[in-house]
Design a protein around this ligand. Structure first.
Ligand SMILES: Cc1cc2nc3c(=O)[nH]c(=O)nc-3n(C[C@H](O)[C@H](O)[C@H](O)COP(=O)(O)OP(=O)(O)OC[C@H]3O[C@@H](n4cnc5c(N)ncnc54)[C@H](O)[C@@H]3O)c2cc1C
Ligand code: FES
Length: 319
């Protein structure tokens, strides 16, 4: 299945990004996905998704802020009026947000943000963000009725296999924003969804209400605070779940350690695995090549996370 209409030129279908196992503190910075510069070879590799890319009916809009609510801790949810983007976004795609320049410290570079939710009828999209550096702190100060420049939807999103009966999504922190629309899409197609939501503590697990509202979704919130997020404990728990109800697809975002755990589950159960990566992005649309993924030993540029990803397929060793 493809995630949407596809107009961009097909790209090298199997440009490998070696994936695997650096020693890791997996607590991510603030973003979604897994930073490709932090994955190293040994345990399989990431490859570009097969098939036509997600829809690229990307548009630039001056979007009015409908709401910008503090969710707790350092997390905020911003709702924007952007009907074209709401109508075209596929799970895992993102937007580039630019605050209207004003004053001496103009915000030049846009910031990539996953589309965490959308309402096609109302023409709105939601981004959930954590305040991190200058740009996201500025976002937190934006009020209802203000305007932002939004470009999107960008990138290649997740693909749902029509044969999937049970989807396991495993995300951490703000990385869960890249998985939320995937859970909705799977549920709408009648698939069972198991959602593992990992965070530092209860207050930081801000996407729990969203996933709990997805029909057919079983939510497992796991926390650093009580040790339940530790892959050493979580892996066997999920293995038992998959022994009982096999999943045909696993999708993950937000943590190297969870990616490794999901890769092990995929090998043991035969499920396919997709992962949303993170990269620093300047343009978000394939021009600057600043987000090129690292390819070990390659003498060529890796795929662009913004254009070829951010979602990649994980391929088991030897496949
Ligand atoms: C595809 C994608 C989806 C994302 N979705 C979300 C989301 O839904 N919610 C959320 O809170 N964050 C998300 N992020 C991360 C978010 O873009 C960064 O946290 C944000 O750009 C930081 O901006 P800043 O001005 O606060 O930080 P600063 O450090 O001041 O930013 C400086 C510059 O570095 C870049 N940069 C810094 N950190 C990151 C980072 N972690 N990833 C990418 N670029 C970075 C910014 O683009 C900016 O130009 C996503 C990132 C990507 C690549
Ligand atoms: S961010 Fe410019 S090419 Fe990807």
């Amino acid at each position: 299945m493809t995630a949407g209409g596809a107009d961009i030129v097909a790209k090298t279908p199997h440009n490998p990004i070696e994936a695997g196992a650096p020693p890791a503190d997996d607590v991510r910075r603030s973003g979604a996905g897994v930073d490709p510069s932090e994955v190293a070879p040994t345990e399989g590799r990431l490859v570009m998704l097969e098939g036509p890319p997600s829809g690229v009916q990307s548009s630039l809009a001056r979007a009015v802020v409908v709401a910008n609510d503090h969710l707790g801790d350092r997390y905020w949810r911003m709702q924007l009026s952007a009907p074209d983007i709401a109508g075209n976004t596929q799970p895992g795609q993102f937007v580039m947000l630019t605050v209207t320049p004003s004053g001496p410290s103009n915000w030049v570079l846009p910031r990539p943000m996953a589309v965490a939710d959308r309402d096609v009828a109302r023409g709105t999209i939601d981004v959930v963000y954590g305040t991190h550096g200058w740009g996201t702190r500025q976002m937190a100060g934006i009020g209802t009725g203000d305007e932002l420049t939004v470009v999107g939807p960008q990138g290649n999103g997740f693909r749902l296999d029509p044969g999937t009966k049970h989807l396991l999504v495993v995300g951490r922190g703000i990385g869960l924003c890249s998985l939320s629309l995937l859970a909705v899409a799977a549920s709408k197609r009648g698939m069972a969804v198991s959602a593992v939501l990992s965070a530092r503590d209860r207050e930081a697990n801000v996407l729990v209400p969203f996933f709990e509202a997805v029909p057919n979704a079983k939510v497992l919130a796991v926390l650093d605070a009580d040790g339940s997020s530790d892959p050493e404990a979580l892996g066997p728990r999920l293995q038992a779940l998959l022994d009982e109800v096999p999943a045909q697809q696993i999708a993950t975002c937000g943590s190297r350690r969870l990616l490794r755990m999901c890769a092990a589950l995929a090998v043991r159960t035969g499920a396919s695995l997709q992962v949303a990566l993170e990269a620093h992005m300047a343009c978000g649309m394939g021009y600057c090549h600043g987000c090129s993924a690292w390819v070990q030993g390659a003498d060529q540029e890796g795929p662009l996370v913004c254009r070829d990803g951010p979602v990649f397929a994980w391929s088991a060793p030897g496949r």
